[in-house]
Ligand binder design. Structure first.
Ligand code: 13P
Length: 289
């Protein structure tokens, strides 16, 4: 069932686990996340990036996610979230479309401009009971072909800027650059000393971006330090593509696309299930009120 993200985050905060925010790319990956949530008995966030919206269309995505949540995952709570919205217009369209949470990512702008744009989004979103995620200290990286490549620099967010940003914008959740990167990179990490001071000073839920490529031990430690949402994108794209390439190579004469796509659903589902167990959200449906 579709629920407000607030319900998921409150359950995670109270019970010391994290919820996976899974980037979806197509119908198959939406189905895979929903099926994994049912198998694991886990809450889940389904999140869409602007490129996913360009690929599928905002209305189709919104309808697919809500229909799948209602019919495939009727007994597990799922929320729909916009990931890295870059403009007021995109965020506004998602709010109007029924999202209960939006990320406005103005982190590449100077801090005062980031604060101003985020404040405008918060005003409109809160009037409609929608949660807003803000970001400080742009999280770098991308999904590259060479997934083990090293990034030249992974800049870190500044604590005083995060504190000022949260106070002035009144965002509901905060993302900040703490050493992870989007994609899978050999030199990404979690700077636990920075995470600790952020958690000491900033009381709203912290969102860890760049969840792919971080060791299980470090993910567990981050959850112990109070991370409540973990974004996962690349690991799911890789699972999908590996499965698709494998089945296509073995079945070059296949003429039914469903026979080529079924293994991709199973592969993404398996990857999501593994994350739900790692994040401690498996078997936690009863903690959501
Ligand atoms: P990964 O692709 O590294 O999992 O990061 C996803 C993410 O943070 C989306 O915002």
């Amino acid at each position: 069932m579709l629920v407000h993200i607030k319900d998921l985050v409150q359950g995670a905060k109270k019970n010391g686990y994290a919820i996976g925010a899974f980037n979806i790319a197509n119908f198959e990956s939406v189905l895979a996340v929903a099926q994994a949530a049912v198998k694991a008995g886990s809450p889940a966030i389904i999140q869409v990036s602007e490129s996913a919206i360009q690929y599928m269309g905002l209305k189709p995505i919104t309808h697919i996610v809500s229909t799948v949540a209602k019919n495939v995952a009727a007994n597990v709570p799922i929320s729909l979230h916009l990931d890295h919205g870059s403009s007021f217009d995109t965020v506004f369209e998602c709010i109007s479309s029924g999202f209960t949470s939006v990320h406005i990512d103005a982190s590449s702008l100077p801090l005062d401009e980031n604060i101003n744009l985020t404040k405008q989004v918060v005003k409109v979103a809160h009037a409609r009971r929608v949660w807003v995620q803000g970001e400080v200290g742009a999280i770098v990286g991308s999904h590259e072909k060479n997934i083990k490549s090293k990034l030249k620099v992974i800049p870190l967010a500044k604590l005083d800027e995060i504190i000022q940003f949260v106070k002035q914008t009144r965002v509901d959740t905060i993302a900040a650059a703490i050493g992870t990167a989007h994609g899978i990179h050999a030199n990404e990490d979690i700077v636990f000393s920075l995470l600790k001071v952020i958690k000491d000073k900033v009381k709203i839920p912290f969102v860890l971006h760049g969840g792919s490529g971080i060791s299980d031990a470090k993910i567990r430690k981050a959850i112990k330090q109070g991370v409540n949402i973990i974004n996962v994108g690349t690991d799911l794209k890789v699972a999908f593509c590996r499965a698709l390439i494998g089945v296509c190579l073995k079945n070059k004469q296949e003429t039914d696309p469903r026979n080529l796509l079924k293994p991709t659903i199973a592969a993404v589902e398996k990857a999501v299930l593994g994350k739900m167990k790692l994040f401690g959200s498996a078997g936690r449906v009863a903690t959501i009120s």
